[in-house]
Design a binder for this molecule. Structure first.
Ligand SMILES: Nc1ncnc2c1ncn2[C@@H]1O[C@H](COP(=O)(O)OP(=O)(O)OP(=O)(O)O)[C@@H](O)[C@H]1O
Ligand SMILES: [Mg+2]
Length: 508
């Protein structure tokens, strides 16, 4: 085998309370797509951050294009030809889409000023080549998380790189965008670029990767061609459990139909929001899991936000258990029993400086205090239960959430909303970024909550999850309901056809 373009040997990195990398060997070859996998907290992002100069290793050697290197900053790594999409979208929300694409290498005119016209034109072209049509002069934050990921991708592949590293690039992408991404990855491979690819969606790995390195608790437990490992073996290596124990893991854990009945606990009627929603109606009965299907930009997240008071609809009503709720007010929605796990967890939820315990307790506190006194012991019990069930990897409940791995931060937020036990639970991408083991547990929890009589409205870009988890799927397109699948019609095929029949969606 030719020598690798980028490799490390004996790499170690410790954080207080966690040995994130333990004598790791890793090698990426030109023209090869290398999967890096492992449970939440296994050390994947840390390895990437050490490779790209974000973190300094405690020990170990690194070789790049035949020479010993150590990058002091991400910019150094980038200039050397290592382009990275980090797990946390590290773009600037208040700047325009175009500016984000060209950050640090803006085209300039002869006076040294940014050439905005050229920048806008080239940004639009770069995105269009990825099938994304957006107004590039808009602020980045006006885009959904999925579209933001496509901007990161456009940025990463528009520089001249030898190595492209992608940390969970597909977590918020729809099947169609995933296809585009894979096209891009194959093109990179043909150009002889080394691609390092992190994902919890195992089927994707088989489709696009050549080799795999499995990390567990900071150690490499396996490295080699991915074709030599079947999915079951891969999961058992990741989790460190016997094959027999993991059989069925990674498949969804939903039990199927719920005995939903009675009057709707949630009724959203003709929600309208300028440019976004055009009279969306949906209801959810107690004990029912209703899926919201549709492409990126079809209005699913906006529907959830309008119901939960995070967006104020221009018209329309939200009724919970027969009582109208004041729209456009999160506190009013929460008081009525609605809670929303938002799509953009980083901007709208997690408090990195607070502990795991505090982050979970934030929402349940009002319910657990009587006469102004907080029942600390009960909070401890709630926190302990969720840390255990969702397998949140933290050194203790006191650890700051900002120090957890990406997937474990997701779990903490999820725990917060699940612990609230509202009447209506709105989940926007509940298992995004969560590893196979914990994903099954989350799905089981959603099932249990529904069985307890909660109404659940779920958005998921994981089609399998949406189909198997929902009793009914309401399909949106361009901010309007175009189809509803019930009973035996809740299948992947029918969903795809419903979306296709409504016409392709090319705009945002
Ligand atoms: N800044 C930090 N301070 C303290 N501990 C940290 C820090 N960053 C990471 N860790 C710890 O290092 C370990 C590895 O984390 P890492 O983010 O590399 O995991 P990961 O494999 O990327 O997981 P995920 O799939 O959830 O993204 C975890 O135990 C995490 O808590
Ligand atoms: Mg990570």
């Amino acid at each position: 085998m030719p020598s690798p373009v980028l490799s490390v040997t004996g790499l170690s990195k410790a954080f207080p309370g966690a040995l994130a990398l333990d004598r790791v060997d890793f090698a990426a070859h030109a023209g090869e797509v290398h999967a890096l996998i492992g449970e939440n907290g296994a050390g994947k992002s840390t390895l990437i951050k050490v490779l790209t100069g974000v973190y300094r290793p405690d020990s170990g050697d690194m070789t790049y294009q035949g020479g010993r290197v150590r990058f002091a900053t991400p910019l150094q790594a980038q200039h050397a030809g290592i382009s990275t999409i980090y797990q946390e979208v590290n773009l600037v929300p208040l700047m325009s889409v175009a500016r984000n694409l060209f950050l640090g290498r803006e085209p300039r005119n002869r006076f040294g000023l940014i050439d905005f016209r050229r920048m806008h034109r080239e940004a639009a072209e770069a995105l269009r080549s990825l099938g994304v049509r957006v107004d590039v002069t808009r602020q980045l934050r006006s885009l959904g998380v999925g579209a933001q990921q496509m901007v990161s991708l456009a940025r990463a592949v528009s520089v001249d790189a030898r190595v492209v590293v992608m940390d969970e690039p597909t977590s918020s992408l729809e099947p169609r965008e995933v296809r585009t991404l894979f096209g891009v990855i194959r093109m990179l491979r043909e150009r002889g670029i080394a691609v390092v690819y992190v994902s919890h969606r195992l089927d994707e790995l088989y489709e696009v990767c050549d080799t795999v390195t499995v990390l567990r608790d900071g150690k490499v437990v396996r490295a080699g061609p991915i074709a030599e490992l079947d999915r079951l073996r891969l999961v058992s290596l990741m989790l460190g459990r016997e094959m027999g124990e993991v059989r069925g893991q990674g498949l969804t854990k939903f039990t199927g139909e719920h005995a939903a009945g009675g009057e709707p606990v949630l009724r959203a009627e003709r929600l309208t929001l300028r440019h976004t929603l055009h009279g969306v109606s949906v209801d959810v009965r107690p004990g029912e899991v209703v899926g919201l299907g549709g492409l990126l930009g079809s209005g699913r997240s906006e529907t959830a936000k309008a119901i939960a008071g995070a967006l104020r609809p221009d018209s329309g009503r939200v009724v919970v258990a027969g009582t109208p709720v004041r729209t456009g007010s999160t506190p009013a929605a929460v008081r009525a029993g609605i809670s929303l796990l938002p799509e953009d967890r980083k901007a709208e939820g997690i408090v990195p400086g607070l502990s795991v315990r505090e982050n979970i307790a934030l929402a349940v506190l009002p319910g657990l205090s009587r006469f102004g006194l907080v029942d600390e012991a009960r909070i401890d019990r709630v926190v302990e239960t969720f840390v255990k069930r969702l397998r949140i990897k933290a050194s203790s409940p006191q650890q700051k959430v900002g120090e957890l791995s990406g997937g474990n931060q997701q779990k903490v937020l999820l725990a917060r909303w699940l612990a609230m036990r509202p009447k209506v639970l709105l989940l926007d991408e509940p298992t995004r970024g969560i590893d196979v083991g914990a994903k099954a547990e989350v799905q089981k929890l959603i099932d249990e909550l529904a069985e307890d009589g909660l109404g659940v409205l779920m958005i998921s870009s994981d089609v399998e999850e949406l189909i198997e988890g929902s009793d009914r799927v309401v399909v949106l397109k361009d901010g309007a309901v175009v189809a509803e699948l019930t009973g035996d019609a809740v299948t992947e095929d029918r969903l795809m056809r419903a979306i296709a029949a409504a016409g392709g969606s090319d705009d945002d």
